[in-house]
Design a protein around this ligand. Structure first.
Ligand SMILES: [Zn+2]
Length: 315
């Protein structure tokens, strides 16, 4: 929620409204949208309605939200990833990524311009350097830099850095778009499972044709196989976040066919609520709700007995 507090401060400062007035506006907006958006999202809308732009301002990393243009940020390079090559529509390109941190947090910077990538490649910009980014744009909280952007070394000395590394055992509060996370939390809400259908041979998604039969593009008419998607809300004490779980993760918790059975499905959901789990996954933006969610890649129940034994062993 720190991000939200900063946004409210900025809106109050730029609009001349009091913090309380801004908060009331945000809450009214959120209520009007039936709570479907986060507080940050609602604050962003209020800012836009008040004509407040965050463009061309120096921002702290924790203030970055999606959709900003001409963003300026100063931070320290914490980690540089290998340069990747990609091919899109017969066009070959290269992209570089690094983690940038300041005293408020860290984020990923994505470089699309060959000159910028060159700075990384030949070591003119390396881990530990303080860099200045001008004219970046944001996708969620990531900074993207095209050839219109600027990347250069800064003479500013930065000591107090808050580096929430890209892959970490962390908190939901620190979760950012694109991050891989491992968190420990309690399941506080479980939704009804949804189902989709796949071809039993190639596992690709299939849809019913006009005659009600299912057809795979490769294997023709097939007997569909049901696959479940299960959403739940995890709370780790710092924040609660929606988690999406597909077949592979579901199977680790419950036989998938049980979810198709109304009684067994309800029993599983009752049992799953309140359980403590370790969750690994990737943080993604849900386009429909415009909030962050985690796509699970691993779920494990916290074995309290085992933890106690381990703790005893340390004495
Ligand atoms: Zn198939």
């Amino acid at each position: 929620m720190k991000n939200y507090e900063l946004l409210v401060d900025r809106i109050a400062k730029s609009s001349g409204l009091s913090r309380e007035e801004v908060v009331l506006k945000v809450e009214a907006k959120k209520a009007k949208l039936s709570g479907l958006i986060s507080k940050e999202g609602a604050a962003q809308i209020i800012a836009a309605e008040l004509g407040i732009s965050f463009e061309e301002e120096d921002l702290k990393i924790s203030e970055l939200i999606g959709g900003l243009r001409k963003v300026n940020v100063i931070g320290k390079v914490m980690n540089i990833f290998p340069i990747r090559e990609f091919e899109k529509n017969d066009r070959k390109g290269r992209v570089a990524n690094f983690i940038l941190a300041d005293e408020t947090g860290s984020t990923r910077v994505v470089l699309w311009d060959t000159n910028h990538i060159g700075l990384i490649e030949d070591g003119r910009i390396k881990v530990g350097d303080v860099v200045e980014i001008r004219n970046g744009s944001t996708r969620d909280s990531e900074i993207h830099l095209s050839s219109f952007g600027e990347l250069k070394k800064s003479k500013i000395v930065m000591n107090a850095i808050k580096n929430a590394p890209a892959v970490s055992e962390g908190t939901l509060e620190e979760a950012r778009q694109g991050m891989s996370v491992k968190v420990r939390g309690v399941v506080v809400q479980v939704f009804q499972p949804r189902f989709y259908f796949v071809c039993p041979t190639c596992n690709k998604k299939v849809v019913a044709s006009d005659d009600g039969k299912f057809k795979c593009a490769e294997h023709g008419k097939i007997e569909k196989k049901d696959k479940a998607i299960l959403n739940f809300v995890l709370d780790d004490g710092t924040e609660s976040m929606r988690v999406v779980m597909f077949s592979d993760q579901i199977k680790a918790l419950v036989p998938e066919e049980d979810l198709a059975d109304e009684v067994k499905s309800a029993a599983f959901r009752d049992e799953f609520i309140g359980t403590e789990i370790y969750l690994s996954g990737r943080v993604n933006r849900n386009q429909l709700f415009n909030n962050l969610e985690i796509v699970a890649s691993g779920i494990e129940r916290v074995d309290v007995e085992k933890l106690i034994t381990e703790l005893d062993g340390k004495d």
